[in-house]
Structures are given as C-alpha cells and as structure tokens.
Design a protein around this ligand. Structure first.
Ligand code: GAP
Length: 454
C-alpha cells in the first residue's frame, strides 16, 4: 500500500471538505465520537443513496436473472457456526507492551528485519493471537450462552440461508442471482483511513448461483461487469486496479478471487472482492440445518448443490472513492482579472448529490424569485434540486461547485422578457466543469437535465 505523493495533504483537504459541506461527520461527535463509526450528512446521504440505487438498477432492475432480498441483521447463531465465522472470522492481533496499542499483526511495520509498533516504534510486542471480529450480542432478556448471537459481519449469509425460499418463489433457473444491500459490522482492531475501514458499514452483495462447470467463466464475467459499473459511476479507469489473489492466499472456500482496488490518496486499497465461492456455503448450511439446499436441473436430470460467484462491494468505500476521485482544486480567473482557487467535486452527474442549483440573479426582485421557485418546484419530483438566493451569483456557483452540483440554472431579466420576447422564458444553464453557460428554454429544461443525469 504505497501512499500517493502528497496523499496525506490531499486526504486532509478531503476530510475537511466532507465535514464543512456535510458529507460525513464523526459518529456521536459531541461525546468525543465512537472510533470506526461515521454519520453521513445531507450531501453524503444523497451520494450514498445514488450509489446504492445505481447498483440496484444495474444488478436487479435491468436484469431478468437477478432478484433482490432484504435480510435481518440478527440471525440464528447457528448460521455463524455453520458458515465458519464463529470459529475462524478473526484477524491476528498483537499488543505493544510499550505504548499499549492494539495492532493487527499484518499491519506492523518492519525495520532492519524486526517488526515494530507503527505508533511508538517499539519492538516489544506480544505474540499474535486470533481476535474474532464479530460483535457479540444477546437476544431476549437473559444474557447467557443460549441467547448469544452476532451482528452480521457480511450480508451474504442471509442470501444462502434463504436460497430455497427464493428459488421457489422466483421460479428462476440456473444461472440466477440474489442481490442484497445492507449494514454489516466488524469489530476491526484498527479502524483507519477515514471511512475506509469502519466498524459499521454497508455492503452491496450479489450471490450468483450456477452450474459447477460455469464457475470460472462467471468469475471472469462478473469481474468485467463490475469494472464497467465503476466506469459508469465516473471513477477513472486509471485509478482502478485488478489484483488476482494468489491461490495460496484465497479464503479456504474460494477457488479464485479478484480484488478490485482503487488508488486512494493513502494507497491502493480494496473496493470490492469478486470470488468464486464454489458450493461451500450452501453445502455447509445444508449439512448443519438438515434442510435441502440443492437444485434439480430438469434438462440434465441432475440434482446438485449450486456453485456461486460473489461480487461483494462496500458502499462506504465506493462513496469515499467517488469523493477522492472527484476532488479537484484549480486556479481560475475571476471578474477583477485576478486568479482564485476553485474547489470542485467533479462527480458524474449520475452520482452527484444535488443535480441542479436554481438561482434568481437578484434576491430582492420578486419576479426573479417567483420564477426561480417555480422552476425549482417543477424539477423537484424528478431530481435533487437546491434553491439559493443569497450572495453574489459567483459565490453561489462556487458553493455548488464544492458540493459537486453539475448544473446551475440562473433566472435573469432575459427570462422575464425584459430584453425582448426572444429570450423570454429561457434561462442560463451553467456546466460545473467547463463553467460555460448555454441558454435553454424552461419548457425543455427538465428533459434536458434528465437526459444528462440518467
Ligand atoms: N461476503 C464477502 C465479504 O464480505 P469482504 O472482502 O470481507 O467479503 C466485501 O468484504 C467488501 O465489504 C469489501 O471489499 C469492502 O468494500 C467492504 N468492507 C469490508 N470490511 C469493511 C470495513 N471494515 N469497512 C468498510 N468496508 C468494508
């Protein structure tokens, strides 16, 4: 994980912008926060929603072979026993005897062939021991062994245990998939890099069930589909890396895994894993529950446990990647001939939290204000719109540039017909990236914007 040149400074600017503009706040901030937990503010919530909606559109709505589900976070403890999470979902942990830091053994720094504490540099470290990442809790009024369960550490297991029900109700034939978006929880030893490694986060997971002989082919297919997704949400191809995990490093259930990685300012890190999980999970649950989780193929008259390919993406990591990729500072000329630095988030219009700002040229002119409000109201059922009448128009543009709003509509005296009938009921439409303005009629504004943000 090599940090990008100037990465720390860039990351500090991004974190500060995210707080200042209401993308991301520290959870429970007024009480000193809770390590590894984050709250999304108004802009962050919209951005996150756009990520999830577009994933759902691509994975479920635009396909005939995938259906959705929404499972509970708490499940029967036996799910986690059968899946192997209770016994093996752990990271190796060491303690620094000098500064008492708790560290992931695989995150230690090495100097002169000796492992060191990354906090204080001491080499006085305990032996690694396994630390289970699942949050334990109790269901019901009694806190004893029989009431233990866990907050789910991945959404996938709910899909496996509902496989039979969903197969029956959806009447799908192989290959077909079940998609889910939801919260997952891991008691990470060292939450870090802002929201990148959190203790509470969201996943977007697909389990795509198939014939055993199609597993490897579908692994390649899903890798390409997922790369296309990142391209379609505006993450530049040159910031994406594909890492094939060497067989000896794959999880025990996987016959092949790709990590899709992103060049964050703090280094190249995983956004999503695409894994060929074989029939491991369904077989484990079938054996542990005693309930059949197999499939009867009418064509070949074969009965077997389906294999599965799993693209598993993190919502929060995708949001962070979008913000990091979009963040830019550029020097622009302003009216008085001087130059100033403009901060802009160049989100793809499809992802932008606010699609369009609407501005009356002057706030103390009731006709301009009324017309602007009418336009904003007419767009609101179709997209996120922000009405702003305060301050000079240039400052209002800058505020929306910082929020990543791709379009700005300004209502001026031409709109009111004061400079002839030709421009009556037209507005200027400003493009965030080029800062160019075009004149468009109010009547065609909605369709034009919908076309650009779709
Ligand atoms: N069902 C497979 C699975 O959970 P994973 O690689 O452990 O695989 C999938 O997680 C994705 O979930 C990761 O690629 C990442 O985007 C996200 N993720 C995992 N742990 C996370 C954490 N602590 N904070 C934020 N996102 C996380």
């Amino acid at each position: 994980m090599t940090e990008q040149k100037g990465g720390t400074e860039r990351m500090e600017k991004i974190v500060s912008l995210c707080k200042r503009r209401g993308f991301i706040f520290q959870s429970s901030e007024i009480y000193g926060g809770l390590n590894g937990c984050w709250d999304y503010g108004p802009l962050g919530t919209e951005l996150k929603r756009n990520v999830k909606d577009f994933w759902w559109r691509r994975m479920v709505r635009e396909r005939d072979d995938i259906v959705g589900m929404d499972g509970s976070i708490l499940m029967n403890r036996q799910v986690w026993v059968a899946s192997g999470h209770e016994s093996t979902f752990s990271d190796p942990m060491v303690d620094c005897r000098n500064c008492k830091a708790r560290l992931r053994a695989d995150h230690l720094v090495e100097k002169n062939g000796k492992k060191q504490c990354p906090v204080c540099g001491s080499t006085d470290l305990t032996e690694p021991r396994a630390f289970n990442l699942m949050f334990k809790t109790y269901v019901g009024a009694t806190e004893d062994e029989s009431s233990i369960t866990y907050l789910r550490p991945e959404t996938a297991q709910a899909i496996f245990v509902q496989f039979r029900n969903i197969l029956e109700v959806s009447r799908k034939k192989l290959p077909f998939g079940i998609a889910q978006i939801g919260k997952a929880f891991r008691n990470e030893i060292n939450p870090r890099n802002y929201t990148f490694r959190s203790r509470e986060f969201e996943q977007m997971e697909l389990e795509y069930f198939c014939q055993p002989e199609d597993g490897f082919k579908l692994l390649e297919y899903w890798l390409q589909e997922r790369l296309k997704f990142y391209d379609d949400i505006g993450i530049p191809k040159e910031l994406i890396h594909v890492h094939r995990i060497p067989p000896e490093e794959c999880a025990h259930y996987s016959k092949g895994t790709y990590d899709i990685e992103f060049q964050f300012p703090f280094g190249v890190q995983e956004l999503e894993g695409v894994a060929y999980r074989t029939d491991y999970d369904l077989t484990q649950h079938q054996n542990a529950s005693g309930k059949p989780l197999d499939y009867y193929d009418e064509e070949t008259k074969r009965r077997f446990v389906p294999h599965v390919v799993e693209p598993s993406a993190g919502v929060d990591r995708t949001v962070l990647a979008l913000i990091c990729a979009a963040f830019a500072e550029e020097t622009v000329a302003v009216d008085n001939g001087k130059a100033e630095v403009r901060t802009v988030l160049r989100f793809h219009p499809r992802m932008a939290p606010i699609k369009c700002g609407v501005f009356p040229l002057l706030k103390n002119n009731s006709q301009l204000v009324q017309k602007s409000r009418e336009i904003a109201d007419s767009l609101k059922p179709y997209m996120m719109v922000f009405y702003d009448e305060s301050g000079a128009i240039g400052r209002r543009y800058r505020r929306q540039d910082e929020a990543g709003t791709p379009f700005g509509v300004t209502v001026d005296f031409d709109t009111l017909g004061e400079n002839g009938s030709e421009k009556r009921d037209t507005v200027t439409l400003r493009d965030r990236d080029t800062m160019q303005q075009e004149r468009v009629s109010i009547a065609e504004l909605k369709d034009l914007l919908l076309d650009r943000i779709r």
